[in-house]
Design a protein around this ligand. Structure first.
Ligand SMILES: [Zn+2]
Length: 151
């Protein structure tokens, strides 16, 4: 993918109701858009940030999402910061999943299972603890799913 084509692709992406532009192609497990650029897999949001805002972005800096949506590539929702900023940001948003280990196993459930859990929980018949036990994951993860913070 060339730089021009990549930028053009992102410009053409529709906006969601949150004003996000969701990367519609390959995403990694953390839901970051991934693009092959010059033979290397790069994070799409980081790449677009470098192209449009800061071509000299240091490897020590991360590109963060102000919208908290890893798949978003809207330049308006991206800002650079240090790894420490990013950790703090995630902690503040209650998204410290990578750091606390509390939500370990979050990608073990299939999409169908996740949908079923949300459905079951919505009926009000099951507690988060019960659903966690049924699905072999932590209550924190169930909470993460049913409060709509997870997929
Ligand atoms: Zn966004």
């Amino acid at each position: 993918m060339t730089k021009e084509f990549f930028i053009e692709t992102i410009i053409r992406l529709p906006l969601t109701e949150n004003g996000c532009k969701i990367w519609p192609f390959y995403k990694n497990r953390q839901q970051y858009g991934i693009v092959n650029f010059k033979g290397k897999n790069r994070k799409a949001h980081r790449l677009i940030y470098m192209f449009l805002k800061n071509p000299d972005l240091s490897d020590n800096l991360v590109v963060m999402h102000t919208c908290d949506n890893s798949s978003c590539v809207n330049i308006e929702h991206l800002k650079e910061g240090t790894v420490a900023d990013n950790n703090l940001d995630m902690l503040n948003k209650g998204r410290n999943i990578t750091f606390s280990g509390e939500l370990h196993g979050m990608y073990l459930l299939s999409d169908e299972k996740v949908a079923k859990i949300k459905e079951d929980y919505a009926t009000g018949k099951y507690t988060q603890r019960y659903l966690a036990r049924q699905n072999g994951c932590s209550r924190a993860y169930i909470s993460y799913l049913v409060t709509g913070r997870g997929r």
